[in-house]
Write a protein that binds this ligand. Structure first.
Ligand code: BGP
Length: 468
């Protein structure tokens, strides 16, 4: 590619994190059990090195230090999430201790000169609500809207940047389709029902936000968005019609579903039709059209780790009777991050940007997560004890930033870049296996924060906006 080595001066750098992966303090400040705590309690062996959800990366005790580190790296914002299971009690009423916890956390961010971006849900449903049907239940969908309205009322004067969901596609897939995450369901139709429930919940929350803003409860300059892991879809060279059909459905479920929702307040009809042809019917009510129409957002977050490469499936139904619309295509030229099993393909960010420019030209967005998780960071250290990660972490970030710079030069409305896991954090059932940070969390020394070699580099880039 040609050199695109500078980012606009108003382009922002920041950190992406989430409540359940950082906070810890799982039984303090009135927090109730969420699905990660429940799975940890049920089967700690399912988590790498038996490290369950309880401790996060101990941010509750390190918050001042962490925001200070972000600021020193040159990051002006940090996105975290409020845990529903901390802000609300088991009657879905505000938990005052939880509210205080987050007021304090956001104040610490601001004191350090870091703007907190707040997301309301990061795969962390309170367990009692999962037991009542989770996202398949309208009662739970409405409970989420109540929680969102409560958060807007509590923090509406404090927070400017809100998000309803992080990666709404992941729970349907991981919990209900692939059965990798508790409660381990493998039912395609239920997964789409869950996806639909989350979709309605998003729209109801945006509606609550607009109402709160009109009433002056939420600041006038506040904006709301959605964050998803959009996966630019690719297939083999010289594809057959069936390969292209696999791309259409993958793109439809993972990308267009959410993009249509947040730009038009509708869902892609071709996807709904194909699902129906395969016996998958969404539990749509007549009044839902009106609800969905409220789902249009002010801007969007794009989490990017890897592309989706798919081809026509070898079978149309799996052994459990689930429809199969696509199967993975292994690109012979793929460069892999072996620790995570994800392909590294920086150009995907540019391809997504060009799709956005063509199909959704008015929508502003930012890269809300990107990063590389390497197993134990190979534990290679220099004389001063710092992890030597620059040889792989720097080129990864540099290449992605260059493609972002090029996309912006060509008119993409990409406003910023948040790196995932700036400080190593707890990664679901991989726990602390794959490290993403520019800053190490030393588990042997009480979660001590130790900058890695790459920290110097990203700090220079974030301060100068030159992609060195
Ligand atoms: C995204 C999630 C994050 C984070 C990241 C890295 O999908 O939003 O929560 O975990 O991926 O992935 P992992 O932790 O699985 O390595």
């Amino acid at each position: 590619m040609t050199e695109h080595d500078a980012l606009p001066q108003d382009f922002f750098f920041g950190a992406a994190l989430s409540g359940p992966q950082t906070e810890g303090a799982w039984q303090s400040y009135g927090k109730i059990e969420n699905v990660w705590d429940t799975w940890s309690n049920l089967d700690l062996g399912a988590f790498h090195n038996r490290v369950g959800s309880y401790g996060g990366n101990d941010m509750t005790r390190h918050a001042d230090e962490d925001f200070g580190l972000f600021a020193r790296l040159g990051f002006s914002s940090a996105r975290t999430s409020i845990q529903w299971s901390r802000l609300m009690d088991e009657n879905n009423q505000l938990n005052p201790e939880g509210a205080k916890y987050y007021h304090r956390l956001f104040a610490k961010a601001r004191q350090a000169g870091v703007e907190p971006f707040v997301n309301l849900y990061h795969f962390d449903m309170p367990t009692y609500l999962l037991r009542r049907g989770g996202w398949e239940s309208r009662e739970v969908v409405e409970a989420y809207a109540t929680y969102a309205a409560c958060a807007f009322a509590e923090f509406g004067q404090e927070i400017e940047r809100w998000f309803t969901f992080n990666e709404p596609i992941v729970e349907p897939e991981a919990r209900y389709e692939e059965g990798r995450w508790y409660p381990f369901v493998k039912d395609y139709a239920r997964a789409r029902k869950v996806q639909y429930g989350i979709t309605l919940a998003h729209a109801l929350a945006v509606d609550a936000f607009r109402t709160a803003q009109q009433a002056g409860v939420v600041r006038e300059d506040a904006r709301i968005g959605l964050i998803n892991c959009f996966t630019p879809p690719y297939t083999r060279e010289n594809p057959t019609a069936a390969d292209l059909e696999a791309v259409r459905m993958t793109d439809g479920i993972n990308n267009r579903w959410w993009l249509d929702l947040v730009t038009k307040g509708t869902l892609p009809q071709d996807v709904i039709n194909t699902l129906a042809e395969h016996g998958v019917r969404l539990p749509m009510r007549a009044s839902d059209e009106q609800i969905l129409s409220r789902g249009v957002v002010d801007w969007l977050g794009f989490n990017y780790y890897h592309p989706a490469r798919v081809q026509a499936p070898g079978r149309s139904v799996d052994e459990l009777g689930n429809p199969v619309f696509a199967e993975p295509y292994v690109w012979p030229d793929a460069v892999m991050n072996e620790s995570r099993g994800w392909e590294i393909y920086p150009k995907g960010i540019y391809d997504f940007a060009m799709t956005m420019r063509r199909d959704y030209p008015d929508l502003e967005w930012f890269v809300s997560e990107n990063g590389i998780g390497i197993e134990e960071d190979h534990s290679e250290r220099d004389e001063s004890g710092r992890i030597r990660d620059a040889a792989y972490r720097v080129p990864f970030v540099r290449d992605h930033l260059r493609w972002i710079a090029r996309a912006i030069d060509e008119g993409a409305k990409c406003r910023g870049y948040h790196y995932w896991g700036v400080i190593d954090c707890w990664s679901w059932n991989n726990a602390f296996k794959n490290r993403y940070g520019f800053v190490e969390v030393d588990l042997a020394h009480d979660y001590a924060r130790v900058p890695k070699e790459s920290a110097d580099w990203i700090s220079r880039v974030a301060h100068t906006h030159q992609i060195l």
